[in-house]
Design a protein around this ligand. Sequence first.
Ligand code: PLP
Ligand code: TYF
Length: 401
Amino acid sequence: SWANVPAGPPDPILGISEAFKADKNPRKINLGVGAYRDEHGKPYVLQTVKKAEEAIRDQIPDKEYLPITGLPEFTARAALLAYGADSDPLTRGAISVTQSISGTGALRIGGAFLARHYPHAKAIYLPTPTWGNHIPLFRDSGLEVRSYRYFDKENVSLDFEGLKSDLLSAPEGSVVLLHACAHNPTGIDPTPEQWAIISDVVKEKKLFPFFDMAYQGFASGDIARDAFAVRHFVAQGHQVALAQSFAKNMGLYGERTGAFSLTVADPEEKARVDSQLKIIIRPMYSNPPAHGARIASTILGDTALYSQWESEVKGMAERIITMREKIYSLLTHDLKTPGEWGHIKSQIGMFSFTGLKPDQTKAMAEKAHIYMTADGRISMAGLNAGNVQYFAESVDAVVRG
Ligand code: PLP
Ligand code: TYF
């Protein structure tokens, strides 16, 4: 009965890990999927996560279901982390928030809510390029996927004029997806001044801003700084949708810990929106997994753990920044690799868009056993003191042909 089911392509990012696993060369490096690795190239469990897990083991003996919208302490603390203590909708009880299956699940709940309840256009504008999963995710949610210009290939920078002009010509009421910080895959974010202009354009054109914040704290090492765009929009009076993930900033990848929120008019509207979020979630997965939310909630709710977590996030962000500086100096000063490499240093977050072309990324895999996505994106976290020299030499060899 499945004779006519065609074979589909693998996920372009997660598929790379399989090629990497099959490679037996000892020097191999996986720069495909965006998952943090420590200075020895190993997955990293945060100390604060281990401490929170101990506390949970001692205090919570059961495995009962969570409510449909998740652990209430977790969602309250997640909203506080994103919007900040002095956020007007937060203090007025005008944020509707639910736990989600990490950031992906938050985006999906948001997509489904907009498809069902948003009274205006059902089109969502995504930046080009964007995280690959955004496109099928919003399409499957029932929205029409369109795009706005984001990346200037020529100058390896933000195409701010293209972005503005595409948002200005979007039909009124369209939804616009914005990467809150650490744009994936380019590593290029608008400056605060550019965010202020984007906020004005979104207001002028009556667009609806949907923020994807998968890297709060992970981009700059500073929780508040990475939330600037979201907080600025809210302060400017926008109603926003927000997808949060704790995969990267707490290293909770497989625990699937996230939150979706909407700022609303008032507590009465919040009650109605909450009820509809439950109606969307119940037939999808009934209620979310408990463990990761308990971990995040424990960390966010304890002053000492919170400040230790802040320094752990900072540590991860800074290790990545150090690697950027190291590659830049190896390519530019030591190897004198042809080309301009300043973008590797100036880009932000988990990824760097190297500018390597598809044939070059293929050569990196075949000749050097270094794996990255075909668009030339590398996950910075896969680099460390033990392999960065080999990486730079391999880039140099491939660039020189
Ligand atoms: N959005 C962006 C831009 C991402 O890079 C990711 C992946 O890390 C996600 C959302 C969702 O990830 P997760 O579902 O693991 O939280
Ligand atoms: O872009 C990345 O590498 C991360 C991780 O289907 C990821 O966002 C990649 C692909 C995917 C889910 C997560």
